[in-house]
Design a binder for this molecule. Structure first.
Ligand code: BTN
Length: 273
């Protein structure tokens, strides 16, 4: 028997809690799948509308940024992907991905108040120093036109202490571990979708600037000393904010400012960074 909602299906439980206009109104829940990003991309290619969500109980090929594997064991966590079709150029994708991190952080604050939730550029969501959610934005374009964006998120929800594989044990956490109680996954998903829809509307109508205040509220990086590891270099500096594109602005020791478009950020004063 499932640990939650034994009487209703997951999809029905989420739909009953939705406050959105379109996000999640078309929702498919798969008890097990390869990767919700892959399945959502297939639905998007078949013409399904913006706002459709594919969620899963577990993933056999869950994927993360830089071709990493996303740990996706059954039933305890949230794995979902949202189809978006913004009428904007592909260069805005980093903004969308930042938006998604902020939305998840806000939803966690609302469902489990009081936890030290923050985001680490570009879009890791953390509790304290540990990662609780990862986001992967993938897009398909035709020349310079976006056909679709798949915005996928994995949230560690009810996985227990000791439930992570050794390589994640020191860097990952779950809402249950942090809050000391189980969190209903349908409620969390409905809340994330509400936050995402609100932020997406803001972004579409008013632009990325309208989200900067929210980013500053949840980002843990403002002014901090970091090392950014990119594909081919390590760059040290202090975080100076965001460029209009969503790139991270890093002030080097020589005072010069560099725009970082992709990479992993490690805080210099963290033990596990
Ligand atoms: C990262 O931090 O590297 C991003 C992880 C993204 C994982 C989610 S789980 C749902 C969706 N499907 C996938 O295969 N990946 C994303």
């Amino acid at each position: 028997m499932k640990k939650e909602d034994p009487a209703t299906s997951f999809a029905a439980a989420v739909k009953a809690l939705l406050t959105t206009d379109s996000f999640g109104r078309e929702l498919i829940y798969l008890p097990e799948t390869t990767s919700t990003n892959q399945i959502a991309a297939e639905y998007a290619e078949r013409g399904h509308a913006e706002g459709m969500v594919i969620a899963a109980g577990s993933q056999t090929e869950g994927r993360g940024r830089f071709q990493r594997v996303w740990y996706s064991p059954p039933d305890d966590n949230l794995y979902f992907s949202l189809i978006l079709r913004p009428s904007k150029p592909p260069s805005v994708i980093p903004q969308l991905s930042l938006m998604a991190g902020i939305a998840v952080a806000r939803a966690i604050q609302s469902v489990t108040p009081g936890l030290p939730v923050g985001t680490k550029w570009p879009n890791d969501v953390l509790i304290g120093e540990r990662k609780v959610c990862g986001i992967l934005c993938e897009l398909r374009t035709d020349a310079d036109i976006i056909r679709h964006v798949i915005l996928g998120a994995g949230v560690n929800v009810n996985i227990e202490q000791g439930g992570f594989p050794p390589e994640l044990e020191k860097t990952a956490t779950s809402l249950k571990i942090a809050a000391g109680r189980s969190v209903p996954r349908p409620r969390l998903l409905a809340t994330i979708l509400a936050e995402m829809e609100w932020m997406y509307d803001q972004w579409r109508n008013l632009g990325f600037d309208s989200l900067l205040d929210e980013w500053r509220k949840v980002s843990i990086l403002g002014g901090r000393r970091v090392t950014v590891v990119t594909m081919n270099q390590r760059i040290r500096g202090s975080v100076d904010g965001l460029a209009p594109s969503g790139a991270l602005l890093l002030r080097g020791d020589d005072g010069g400012i560099q725009e970082i478009h992709s990479g992993d950020v490690h805080l210099e004063d963290w033990k596990d960074s």
